[in-house]
Design a protein around this ligand. Structure first.
Ligand code: FAD
Length: 454
């Protein structure tokens, strides 16, 4: 009897989820007969729809609706919650830690496979800025987005209750580094939310809040083109956001952000969204990487010069065959990741069945970005939109893209309800320390140790 083909999918993000989803449909017969098996290894049991993170931070969408439960969607795959630590493709073996190995303190386990789909995405690209590792806040996960929302509202509570003007100023100063869509949308949504929230504080006016966007190049939102990027700068400045172009963050030690133009900003909030770099796992594989650390791929999404290995998304350097320029590679964004996943799954199925493979070709269609409630900017298929129409387009586009009908319905219901009622202004920061209350209750009152027991 021949061994079943085991397809190992590393990562449960855009590429991992969509590839496994398509494979489980295409290989239905093989999965049923036991001739094939799909194993997805992912640190979280859900896929995060990252474009909704800014709205989750603003409270317009609840965190549960920004993520898609993998076990429900990939019901014919085996889901392993864990992290791939290394891949020895020559031996067709991946080494991984799982929740069980962590809990039991045992050695990582080895998993063999026949086909490898490697899609661990990217992590924040940090620079050796003093103080950044200690004080910086990232914006790539749902935990970070909700943590940031709680943090911003908590700063307003601190500012409202302190008598020290220096503490108040630092609490109300929010510095965002990086003018791509993650940074701009996160800042714009949170600024909008905080300005609204200020009306419920007796001693904070919207003008007391200071929002600073620091961008090293001379423009923001390169995804929507120069003209719309300039409009976004004007729109943000019109809302009193201090947009600093051609400026870098030099340090953020001792809760002071020092910019390259010499400005010193005492602050308790430095959000770092200055680009991404491929996941660190890639360096622990025997797969070929390019100078930026992405996996070298062919346009068929197979790993260059390697059999039975496939890659796509942020982790992969996929040739952009539509650019016309030699050496051009697809940008790390969801638009490519989703489409690449479809081609990748089709090619794996085709290769298992001895059929010809397809090349991935997609010309970048443009982008939409939200600048807060009812404000946005878009440049799609050559059409430029701004203000309310762009914001509407942003919502309509992402609603059509968020996976599963279930999530679409829930997100639409939330938007509809938040249009009817007032905005959510609650901070649930204590959720991050769920045992704190009980620990306090269970700890003996001070001085109790000395009392004789009766
Ligand atoms: C705030 C924000 C907003 C964005 N907005 C847009 C937008 O509007 N439009 C757009 O086109 N793009 C947008 N993007 C970019 C888009 O989300 C990414 O390009 C896309 O997620 C890439 O897909 P991926 O599958 O390569 O990586 P991901 O979706 O990040 O998935 C990678 C997965 O691999 C897992 N993983 C990592 N390491 C390991 C390991 N060692 N073992 C196992 N699993 C591992 C991760 O936990 C994750 O689940 C945005 C990104 C962010 C952060």
């Amino acid at each position: 009897m021949t061994e079943p083909a085991r397809i190992l999918v590393v990562g449960g993000g855009y590429v991992g989820m969509y590839t496994a989803l398509r494979l489980q449909r295409q290989l239905r017969a093989e999965l049923r007969s036991g001739a094939a098996e799909i194993v997805v290894v992912t640190p979280e049991p859900y896929m995060t729809y990252q474009p909704f993170l800014p709205e989750a931070a603003a409270g317009s969408i609840s965190p549960r609706h920004v993520v898609v439960p993998l076990r429900r969607v990939l019901d014919r795959c085996r889901i392993l919650i864990g992290e791939v630590l290394s891949v020895d493709h020559a031996e067709r073996t991946a080494t991984l830690s799982t929740l069980a190995t962590d809990e039991e303190g045992t050695a990582p386990v080895e998993l063999t496979y026949t086909e490898l789909v490697i899609a661990p995405g990217s992590v924040s690209r940090t620079l050796p800025v003093p103080g950044l590792a200690e004080h910086g806040i990232g914006f790539k996960t749902v935990e970070e987005a909700i943590g940031l929302r709680n943090h911003v509202i908590e700063q307003m509570d601190i500012a409202s209750s302190t008598r020290d003007p220096a503490v108040r100023d630092a609490a109300l100063t929010f510095v965002f580094v990086g003018g791509g869509y993650a940074g701009v949308e996160a800042l714009a949504e949170l600024e909008d939310m905080a300005r609204y929230t200020a009306r419920y504080y007796h001693n904070i006016k919207p003008g007391d809040l200071r929002w600073v966007l620091v961008e090293a190049s001379d423009r923001i939102l390169p995804e929507v083109g120069g003209k719309m990027g300039r409009y976004a700068v004007r729109e943000l400045r019109g809302r009193n956001v201090d947009v600093r172009l051609e400026t870098r963050l030099d340090s953020c030690e001792d809760r002071v952000a020092v910019l390259s133009d010499g400005t010193r900003l005492p602050t308790r909030t430095v959000v770092w969204t200055a680009g991404v770099r491929p996941a660190p796992l890639l360096a622990a594989t025997d797969l070929p990487l390019n100078e930026r650390g992405r996996i070298r791929c062919t346009a068929r999404l197979s790993v260059e010069g390697v059999d039975h290995a496939w890659a796509a998304g942020d982790a992969a350097a996929v040739p952009d065959v539509t650019s016309g320029a030699p050496g051009g590679e697809c940008a790390p964004n969801a638009q490519h990741a989703v489409r690449q996943a479809r081609v990748l799954a089709g090619n794996i199925t085709a290769s298992l069945r001895g059929q010809p493979l397809k090349e991935y070709a997609h010309a970048y269609a443009g982008s939409v970005a939200s600048l807060g409630l009812h404000k946005g900017v878009a440049h799609v298929y050559g059409r430029r939109l701004k203000g309310y129409p762009a914001w509407f387009m942003h919502r309509a586009y992402h609603l059509s893209r968020v996976p599963t009908f279930n999530r679409k319905a829930r997100v639409l219901a939330e938007w509809t309800l938040s249009g009817l009622f007032k905005r959510e202004i609650v901070s649930l920061g204590s959720l991050e320390h769920p045992r704190a209350e009980f620990e306090l209750a269970a700890s003996p009152p001070p001085g109790d140790d000395d009392k004789p027991s009766s």
